[in-house]
Design a protein around this ligand. Structure first.
Ligand SMILES: [Zn+2]
Length: 449
């Protein structure tokens, strides 16, 4: 008997994030993605399949997946399922029999299409110039290349297998499992990410890369620089990427163990206009003179943003503010301006700039996720907190946050509560002043001055 939408056994079309109501889905929790994509740079055609291993969190007669590529078929536990596309972003799957609450299900989604033609909420995120292809964006990227429960609230482990022409290198998250050449001029490269990961952080890069691998302080690294760059650019980029293990060691001495089993980075020639904290292996554009600070920022995200991801996208300052503050700490620790002088300088610089203070940092709205105040006022709040509660308590907050929520998520409210608990101080007015007030916090000791 057909069931109407909204009945108890229908998984919702969103996971419940008011910023992006269609992101993620209700009714199941993904434990693992196995992505097998074949991509032809000459035609821009992607043909692939994603196997999701998931647990139903309710009885499911139907559920949604997030995927923009045209679907060829879906099988649930081996049986062909009915599939209906609902708009550009949602695929509605009706298994041949309902899934019981608590049951594990195996969903195999086959698809084919041209990711370069796809757009979601105005974003056209596919980066490809025919020589290099890189899947990097935030908050949305997964639905251009695999079927997902696309929200950081549902993390999973990944196997990614990319088939492409054999003279190209494929890089992804985690560890390289192997590479197998076929007789037809293609090769399949297999990467595995063994720690839970938010879907937007999963990536593959396909192109001609100069690669360096090794082990430093017990941690394997894999760094790659596009050969499409000039020799001078490649040399500079490789120098920056090779500092990654040192930055990891510097940071883990302060905020606790690095949360992943490998590290690295990749510099692309595709001019994305930003760097991204892809898990274990951030992706960078060609960086400027202070490029090392960008590496510090993306490495900091491995703790703050990746291992501990946002609970909802309104919590984005926890990613960008904390990572930007680590830049200021790095500068301070390496003979530069102290982080407190940095805070004072920005406070003065933005004193007569009402727009800078107007945005609510802990709830900026979906259109303003990556606005300057999210980064700078977020980081100023972190430095002010450090001054207000002291260095030891501040680092204890970060260590506890990273340890207790490792592999999970956290909200601004939870972070504020933890800071109050660790410091033994009532910080409600402090966080109101820095995150929620539409004007500069008064320049008083209680606000970290
Ligand atoms: Zn960032």
């Amino acid at each position: 008997m057909p069931e109407r939408p909204g009945t108890a056994s229908t998984g919702s079309s969103g996971i419940g994030d008011p910023y992006f109501p269609r992101d993620g889905n209700g009714g199941y929790d993904v434990a693992h993605y196995s992505v097998r994509d074949s991509y032809d740079q000459a035609t821009g055609l992607l043909v692939g399949s994603t196997t999701l291993t998931a647990t139903a969190t309710q009885r499911l007669s139907r559920f949604n997946l997030d995927l923009m590529l045209p679907v060829r078929s879906v099988r649930v536990d081996g049986a062909r399922a009915e599939v209906v596309r609902q708009g550009a972003h949602e695929v509605v799957v009706r298994p041949d029999r309902p899934i019981a609450a608590g049951a594990e299900m195996r969903v195999v989604v086959a698809y084919a299409g041209k990711p370069g033609a796809l757009a979601y909420l105005g974003e056209k995120n596919w980066l490809d110039d025919g020589l290099e292809t890189v899947t990097m964006n935030e908050p949305h990227m997964a639905t251009w290349w695999f079927a997902a429960n696309d929200h950081p609230a549902d993390k999973a482990t990944f196997d990614v297998r990319i088939t492409a022409q054999a003279d190209r290198t494929v890089v992804s998250n985690g560890e390289l499992v192997g590479r197998r050449a076929a007789g037809d001029g293609t090769a399949t490269t297999h990467w595995r990410a063994i720690e839970p990961m938010a879907t937007y952080l999963a990536f593959f890069a396909l192109g001609r890369y100069q690669v360096r691998t090794g082990v430093q302080d017990g941690l394997p690294y894999y760094v790659a620089v596009s050969r499409e760059l000039t020799k001078a650019q490649r040399t500079k980029a490789m120098g920056e990427l090779m500092r990654t293990p040192e930055i990891v060691s510097w940071l883990q001495a302060q905020v606790g163990d690095y949360p992943f089993s490998s590290t690295g980075g990749l510099t692309t020639s595709l001019e994305p206009g930003f760097a991204l904290e892809n898990q274990t292996r951030p992706i960078y554009p060609v960086l400027g003179a202070d490029g090392l600070l960008t590496v510090v920022h993306e490495v900091a995200h491995q703790w703050f943003g990746d291992s501990v991801a946002v609970a909802g996208w309104r919590d984005i300052w926890l990613n960008e503010g904390l990572a930007t503050h680590v830049e200021a700490r790095w500068t301070e620790a390496h003979g530069g301006e102290s982080a407190q002088a940095w805070l004072e300088r920005l406070y003065t610089q933005y004193a007569d700039n009402p727009a800078f203070w107007k945005l609510r940092v802990d709830d900026p709205g979906p259109e303003h996720l990556f606005d300057t105040p999210v980064y700078l006022r977020g980081a100023m709040a972190a430095q002010a907190l450090r001054t207000r509660i002291g260095e030891a308590a501040y680092l204890q907050v970060l260590r506890t946050w990273a340890q207790q929520r490792r592999g999970g998520n956290g909200s601004s409210a939870q972070f504020e509560a933890l800071a109050a608990t660790v410091s033994g101080q009532d910080l409600a007015a402090f966080f109101d002043a820095w995150l929620r007030s539409p004007q500069p916090p008064a320049r008083i000791a209680a606000h970290g001055f």
